[in-house]
Structure formats: structure tokens, C-alpha cells
Design a protein. Sequence first.
Length: 613
Amino acid sequence: MNLKKKILVGYGVALTLMGLVVTWAILNLWSLGQTTDAILHDYYRSILAVENMQDALGKQDSGILLMFMGDIEKGITQYRENEILFMEGLNRAKKSISVQGESEVVLNIEKLYSEYRNQFILLTSGKDQSQHTHTLTLETYKKIILPVFNEVKATCLELRNMNEETMYIVSEKAGKISRRAIGSTIFVASIASIAALVFSLVFAEKLVLPLRRFVDAAQKISTGEYSVQLSVETTDELGQLAVEFNRMTAQLRQYHLMNIHRIIAEKNKGDAILASIEDGLVVFDTECKVTGINPAGCRILNVDFSEKDILYCKQIFPEQNLCEIIAETIETGKPPDFPDDERITTFQCGGSKRHYLFSVTAIGQSDQKLSGVVVLLKDITQLREVERLKSEFVMAASHELRTPLTSLGMGIDLLLEHAVQFLPDKEKELLEAAHDEVHRMKAMVHDLLDLAKIEAGRIDFEFESIPVATLFEHARDTFKSQVNMKNVLLSIDNTEYLPPVRADANKIVWVLSNLISNALRYVDQGSYIRLSAKRVGDTVHISVEDDGIGIPPELQTRIFQKFVQVSKHDSGRTGLGLAISKEIVRAHGGTIWVESCTGKGSTFTFTVPIYLG
């Protein structure tokens, strides 16, 4: 018998026992279902029909009382509507008779209700009140209508009690059947489970014994013992597997002898590739210990490294910030997210300083255990020099442009003041356009000069201890008239509990003013702008929130760059405000970012350090 037949026999026995238990359970459930269905189908529907009849009868009686109170039309309408509902309930009660004596009670209800209807017909047979058979008085209602109403109501209650008592008796019966079914099912299931367990243990032992031999042999192979062989005792699939296993171990033994030379060749190839990379490459294990450095990395870090050497991160990187990033990557499995301008480190190489852009990458898949971290050092010294030259050129060009632009602006202002009344309308429009463009150019030149000075470190910052509330008050005073004109609510959260910050008050107020100005430009009338702050560690997070048009996701990572604008309608703006704000915040040792959703507003947040004395 092959392995497949053996397994099928084992499953067949288990399925037979399971089928026995399932069949027994189905029979018990069927019996219980019959009883439950009788309760729901026969008795519950009768009870529901009686409740509808009682409700309709009560509303009919309310209609008659409305007639006595003088609202005859409304009373008759209410009576007729509920008369139909009562008859429908009575018909359902007739169709669902299942209790002995219920038929007589239903006939009695029908008889009494017929008398109740006759009394109503006598009450409303005339065209007006003078022609009514009964006089519409409360005394008439008490003597003629109310007794019949009470008899019908009492008989309906009798019918309901009859069905409820019968349903309770049937429910008790269903409970006994349920308990008996549970007990018998547990008994049958226990016998079947014991039999299946005994059979499974015996059958599993026979199947697992050959597999244990395979496991032992595999463990020996994993330790490098490729000469292991299994004895073939059966002709089933396990016996065939043993034959193939012996053949595999023989081939592994041959492959192992051949593969050593290939591994050495691949290692040499990898070393050659690493040696050809001009960027520095450093590999760390999970203990921040160096496990490999390429030649470029040794040159950059000025170290000699071999596989026997033991070096740690703090020994080769002078900046502790980089070691903290590596440690965080090892702990979380992914590098922290921070801007590119903070991923720059500087090393002393050959008597000169070199700047490097570093990137940290975790080694290992997201669903596997982290095995280490790779740090790549890319030389950007030349790029930094180009950036410096560009900033100096922008500063020089802006400085040279400022004087002629000032003269040109003064000339245009004089023309607009003295000669504009002598010019035709077309020339007036051209002159006004030139006036606007000159002032826009002057603002751009001024912003470019400020940005270039900040980037070059030529602007002095006067740091002092300043309360956050003071910064907010200065910013609000600046825009008091603008927010009133646009009907915008500029609110300030309570910041008295926050510690003072270390900042240049004028520069931070300039950042706040720029953010508020941008918010005013993109909010509608009746909107709000909110200034808030909170402490996070040794910094204070200052936020400017609005409910304007928001910023598209594709622009949120670029708006702090030069000349980037959110809307094309802002062509008159320089696009330098946020870039200058970023440099001012950066000079304070902080960062700035935005959180926005299109159509739901934006929140700009920047950090300022706490004043520590």
C-alpha cells in the first residue's frame, strides 16, 4: 500500500466518525427546528395579530371620542382607517388558529366587534347631528359604546393570553428537546473523538517515524556532514524519497567541493566592485560595529581597516548625530525621515574640509530580522562650492540691480504724479504696468538679497529670551487692519504656560507675518487663522493654521524652494517668502514643514529652541 492510500484510509476513518457526529447533530437540530418553527409560525403570529387588533380598536375608540368632542370628520376618518386594520388582524387570527378553544374566542371577537360597528353606524347614520340615532354626548358613549368596546378588548386580551400560555408550554418542550439533544450530541462526539484520537496516534506514529529519520539526516547535512545515507525499508513514496535523498546528498557532496572555488571568485568580484566605487561605503552590524569599509571610505575617514579590526561608529564618525541616526535605524528597521540639508557631514581630508551627503540603509527585508546598516558617503564639496558661488552671484547681481531699479521707480513715480494727465489712456495703462513691474522687481531684489545674506551667514541674529505670547501679539498687531477688512478671525491660543524661547524676535515675527500673509491670501471672508504653540522636548512648535484652499500634495515638498508658488494667480509674488522663512528658522536651529489637505486648509509649523539661560 502506497503512502496516499494509507493517508486516505486514515482520513476515511476520521471522516466516518465525523459524519456520524454530524448526522446525529442534524437530527437533533431538525427536531428542535420543528418545535421552534411551530412557536414562531403559529403562536407568535397570533399574538402579533391580537396586538394589532387591540391597537386598532383603541384608535377607533379615540376616533369616537373625537366625535363627541365636536371633531366629527376627523373622528370618522380615524375610525374607518383603523377599522380596516382591525379586520386585517382578525383575518390573520382566523388563519393562524392552532390552540384548542381559540376558534370559539375568535368567533366571539367577531360577534362583539360586529355589535361595536353597529353601534357606530347608529351613531353616524344621520347626515347631521340632529339626525343621529344616538345623541352625541358623553353619557351616550358611557352607556352604549364603552361597554361593547370593553367586551371586545377583554376578548382580544383573552385570545392573546391563550396564545402566550400555549407558546410558553411549547417553549418549555423545546428547551427539554434542546437539552436532550446537547447531551446526546456531546456523548456521541466524545465517543467518536476518543476513537479518532486513538486511531490518529497509532496511525501518526507509523507515518512520522520515517520522517524523523529524514529530519536527523537533514540536521547532519546542515552541519556539513554530506556522507549521511538513509536505509530504504518500504516501497511507498517515503521509500522513493529516501532513495532520492541519498542521491541528493551524494550530489551535494560533489557540489560542496566545487562551490568553494566559485565562492572565492565571487568574493573577489565583490571586492573589486566595492573598490571601484568612488563614494565611501561603511557597513555596520546591529551593535554599531564596523564590518566592512571600501577603499574610498577608508580614504574619507582616514582609517586602516581589516576584517580582524574592531571599530565602532563613535570611533570613525566625529559627529554624534550620524551615530544616533544609525542606532535609530537599527532599532526601528528603517532610517528616520529628515530633509536633505540635514544629511550633510564634514570631514577633514588632506588639510582641507570636504562635505559629504550621507544616506543610511537597513540591510534585510521588512519581514526579516535586521542584519546591519549601510552608510553611503557622497562627496558634494564641489556642489557646495557651486552653491556658494551662485549665492554670491545672486547677491552681487541683486545689489547691482537695486540702484537702477530705484532710479527707474522714482522716474516712473514722477511721471505718474505730474505727467499722467497729459497722456492718452493707453499710455497711462502702460505707465501703470511699468510702475507695478518695477516695484515687483524691487521686492524680488530685496528678497533675493535677504535670502543670499542669510544663506551666506552675513546677517547677524540677536538671540534673546522672548515669550511666545509676545511674538504672537506683534504678529497680530501687524495684521489687525487686514483681517478686519477681509472679515477673517485671527485667533491666538493661550501660551502663557510655555517657557520663553531663544530667538531673534524681529526675524521670528517676520516668519509669522509671512505665514499669516500667505494664509490671508488663500482664505475666504468669514474664515479663520489660528496661531498656536506647544512644547515638544527642548523646543516649542509654533503653528499657523487656516481653513483656506489648501496646498496640492505635489507642491507640499517644493513650496520651501525658491520661486515656487501655490497658485498661478500669484504671478505678482516673488515666491521667496517661504524660502527666506526656512533659512531664518534654520538659523535658529529649527525646522519648518506644512500639513495640508486640498480644500480643507493648511497648517505651517516651525520649531524654536527653548531658552535655557
